[in-house]
Design a protein around this ligand. Structure first.
Ligand code: M6R
Length: 611
């Protein structure tokens, strides 16, 4: 929910911190701050409400900002206390400053204790309690590592923390629990960061810091210690992503760039799973015998990833005739689910760090279920903790609104459903090969065709941009897609939008449809077209405006829609892919028309590492 960065080295720290913060802004962007050592090794905290530009403007008043070689930085998504200068990070005392991502759940208790010890608080944040507790422990131990290790023993909650101590100029300490943190080394120094893209401009040599480990970062290198202070030897890895992944390139927004990356991302995700023309999940410990044995299969996820699960449910049940339940992770984790070792739980997560999804994964493991992570970020918590992992190779997704990650998650869900159907003898090997081939070769092409005609989506967006409310409807697979389409539009345009099963609108919601209400109807499947058309007429009879999205070549009566967008003709099972791209483009262009902050919509953050 927040982004943290740290640099220590021979170069000027501040440009590196600001660069890192800009890349991490997708994690939170309501305020930003840094703590830096001056040339004379004094420690200063500088922070500002609002975007990084505000912080940058403030820095011109601090001469140390142009000569510092070590510092930590933070970009915030407020959890405790409104966005303000005071609540911005870093927090601390002249002796120690920290930046923090996560939530210290027992901060009130810590605060009471610290007040009883003579401390005073200036912010409303949980982080200040953590910072002052580290200061308190430092006062007792006079040793930064001991201070951090003993302070975190008192914390309940989640944290990735970067800390600097005035007694140790040039050194950064970092520790984490349930929130991501990496360390990296470049030719001129070392970094800590919430996420790899923040350092890719300077280096591709990195290591992950594991739960509870303490990293001590200096210009010369990085040392990792276990909680009992034993040194842990860890090799650097080479980043799988390059710096171009973290830049917009020729595109005005990351979201548009990421939509355009979908065909490639889909191919790159599916290709490694295919062997002898068939999907193969052996590397995740899933052969056909095992697949057949699971009594129950769940997909547990949040937001867009959960919506990919809804599509997976439809395809798996249709093809394999095996029930698949989809659960919202924040509900699943507290519902005492009926699970045991005969069951399988698939956790889908782009970031692999979503707090609710991670908690659901841990619960499923405790119950003895086999857990499979479908994850985009290499080495993320879900990837490391699940029994098996399938990576989606979409590359970093920076825009808060998920687009290419959804497309590749769908791809995995399809391959999984196909193999499940084969394992259950509902599909033979030639059918399995045919569907697999179609998914990997034809589907990227279908998406390309939509991208080539994106001006049509832009025109529809312009026409309906002033709507107060919008509905997305469909039947079957198209209904599963509608949930994602509605989320996309509301998330970045702030237009209220809801998804409904096309046949369900008349059971109450139709009362909301009036003359300026666009109803976007997905009708990719020929076998349900007539039923959907009846529903569209019901909408038009109440003055609603229908935008129909259907396959090229479908015979559609002209009185059933106001506007029409065509999907390239293809097997109806696959129309959801180009239809998803249309939904994303409509959300994008509507938000563009409305002048929204597309990549960083209000109130949101990319990676939701708090409950
Ligand atoms: O990283 P995850 O896939 O676990 O994230 C889950 C949701 O927070 C995420 O999909 C969210 O709904 C997107 N911002 C929607 O565009």
């Amino acid at each position: 929910m927040c982004g943290i960065i740290g640099y220590t080295g021979s170069e000027n720290a501040v440009p590196r911190l600001l660069e890192g913060l800009r890349t991490l802004e997708y994690r939170g962007y309501d305020s930003a701050g840094i703590a830096i050592f001056s040339e004379k090794n004094s420690l200063t905290g500088i922070k500002s409400k609002g975007r990084i530009e505000n912080l940058e403007a403030k820095l011109s008043y601090f001469p140390d900002a142009s000569v510092s070689h070590c510092g930590i930085g933070h970009t915030r998504w407020a959890t405790h206390g409104e966005p303000s200068d005071i609540n911005s990070h870093p927090h601390g005392t002249p002796r120690v400053y920290i930046v923090h991502n996560g939530i210290i759940e027992n901060y009130a208790e810590l605060k009471d204790f610290l007040i009883s010890q003579g401390y005073t608080f200036s912010s409303q944040t949980d982080t200040e309690a953590a910072a002052l507790m580290i200061d308190y422990c430092y006062n007792l131990t006079q040793n930064p590592a001991d201070a951090i290790l003993s302070a975190v023993k008192r914390f309940k909650g989640s944290y990735a923390i970067g800390a600097v101590f005035s007694s140790e100029p040039g050194k950064i300490y970092a520790i984490r629990k349930d929130n991501p943190l990496i360390a990296a080394i470049s030719s001129d120094g070392c970094f800590i960061a919430s996420d790899l893209p923040a350092v890719l401009k300077y280096t591709d040599n990195y290591m992950r810091i594991d739960e509870g480990e303490l990293a001590v970062v200096e210009q010369s290198g990085i040392k990792i210690y276990s909680p009992d202070k034993t040194e842990v030897k860890r090799d650097f890895k080479k980043a799988e992503w390059d710096v171009s992944c973290a830049t917009k390139g020729e595109y005005p927004h990351f979201m548009l760039k990421e939509i355009h990356e979908e065909p490639t991302a889909l191919f790159q995700t599916l290709y490694p799973i295919i062997s002898d023309g068939m999907p193969n999940f052996d590397s995740a410990g899933l052969n056909d015998t095992r697949l057949k044995k699971f009594k129950k299969i769940y997909v547990v996820a949040c937001g867009t990833a959960m919506h990919a699960g809804l599509v997976g449910k439809f395809i798996a049940e249709k093809m394999a005739r095996v029930p698949l339940e989809v659960e919202i992770a924040s509900e699943f984790r507290y519902k005492n689910p009926i699970l045991d070792k005969t069951d399988m739980v698939i956790i889908i997560s782009q970031s692999g760090e979503t707090a609710d999804s991670l908690a659901a994964l841990r619960l499923a493991k405790q119950c003895g279920a086999y857990t499979l992570g479908v994850v985009n970020v290499p080495g993320s918590s879900v990837a490391r903790e699940a029994d098996g992992v399938i990576y989606t190779h979409a590359g970093p997704e920076i825009a808060v609104a998920s687009t290419k990650a959804y497309t590749v998650q769908l791809g995995i869900m399809y391959l999984f459903a196909f193999r499940l159907a084969y394992a259950h003898e509902k599909m033979d090997s030639s059918q399995l090969r045919k569907y697999t081939q179609e998914l990997i070769t034809s589907v990227p092409e279908l998406i390309h065709k939509i991208l080539d005609t994106q001006s049509e989506c832009a025109a529809i967006s312009k026409k309906y941009k002033n709507a107060h409310s919008a509905f997305f409807i469909g039947r079957g697979l198209d209904y599963a897609l509608s949930s994602e389409a509605a989320l996309k539009l509301k998330e970045i345009s702030y237009i209220h939008s809801e998804a409904y099963a096309a046949g369900e609108l008349k059971h109450g919601t139709l009362s909301l449809v009036c003359e300026d209400t666009p109803v976007f109807a997905f009708a990719g499947c020929a076998d349900l077209l007539d039923k959907t058309i009846s529903n569209l007429r019901e909408v038009r009879a109440r003055g609603g405006k229908v935008v129909l999205i259907c396959q090229q070549g479908f015979q559609v009566p002209s009185d059933s829609y106001d506007d029409i967008l065509y999907l390239p003709s293809c097997d109806q099972m696959f129309t959801i892919f180009p239809a998803a791209t249309i939904a994303q483009l409509i959300a994008y262009y509507t938000s563009l028309e409305l002048g929204r902050d597309i990549d960083r919509p209000r109130n949101l953050a990319k990676s939701v590492t708090v409950e």
